[in-house]
Design a protein around this ligand. Sequence first.
Ligand code: SAH
Length: 387
Amino acid sequence: MTEQTTFAPCPKRKQCGGCQLMHLPYARQLERKQARLEGLLGRFGPVAPIAGMARPYHYRGKVQAAFGVDGRGRIISGVYQSGSHRIVCVDDCLLEDETADAIIVSIRRMMPKFKMTAYDERRGRGFLRHVLVRRSASTGEVMVVLVATEARFPLQKPFLAALLDAHPEITTVVLNINDAFTPLVLGKREKTLFGPGFIEDELCALRFRISPASFYQVNPAQTELLYRTAIGFAALTGRERVLDAYCGTGTIGLAAAGSAESVAGVELNRDAVRDAIANARRNGIRNAWFTCADAGQFMAQCAREGERCDVVFMDPPRAGASAEFLESLLLLGPQRVVYVSCNPETLARDLGRLTRGGYRAERIQPVDMFPHTEHVETVVLMSRVKE
Ligand code: SAH
């Protein structure tokens, strides 16, 4: 049987390269991810059927558009072509939040009237480099971050008024200054132009603050499922000392805090740690602490000091956990480790190390956080078998 597409795939699919699987119907995409995970993780235990989305479109609550100029000097916006810095013009994307896309198009159309130029990468000139929009589906709050090369622009006030008039759903606008020759989107300096400078999202019955630079999962519906799965695997009784490693803004640890004795979170990004502390306070959680440090070094210190730790949540970036982290984890010897992974290859490598160190995989649950792309998130419960 030949494979059928369920809808006309995105016309920009080939140029953009962001959706590697969009040519397949969603059910086939899920089968493919499942087979890949079984190949990589099957030797550790049975892989549960991947949890997909009922409506796998417009799920990205964070949208980032690059701004530039075309050959004729006109302002364009869109995404960088995979592996290059060529801008593919995109006004509406099947994965992105529709409100966020509409705001970006409005900004581009308003720019000439307010004498705002777009950054010309080749010449290293111009004002607006990127626009980042985050919308919380649960609270409806919308943050717009204008990434520009300068801290002020002459028609800032009337531009803001016009933007807020066109999009009253915007709750905060931040100007981020990035004047460096860098592939990084955000610069270090920022100035809040309107509202509080952050938005709040509601997840697992808690409120979380999201700042421009902090890491926050982009697919809210599936994130809730992911966290609930992870916390369910931990089987907390209220007596456990929990460590949330690579904790970001503290989401997993804080959602687990109500069923634990205490939660310690560790995270490298200073802004995210600040948000995590604010999130604990905002939700009246008094048994959670957060430290800004490398997770491996923090674990090594906990192991040296003979800390008691019953459950570890770990949610490392794509590179997986460091060797120092894994060795220290084995020294700490928690009863259960719940590994949340965005990269099954490094997950398989790390599970190999933990398995040799006396742990056994009890549950493996994939969650499809990024339909139409190759990415897949997996939650694994490991239990200590050796005393
Ligand atoms: N658990 C969080 C964040 C997961 S993303 C959530 O679900 O939202 C991975 C996080 O690891 C990022 O916030 C990143 O800043 C952090 N990180 C990357 N390298 C790190 C390291 N060496 N030590 C501690 N945190 C690190």
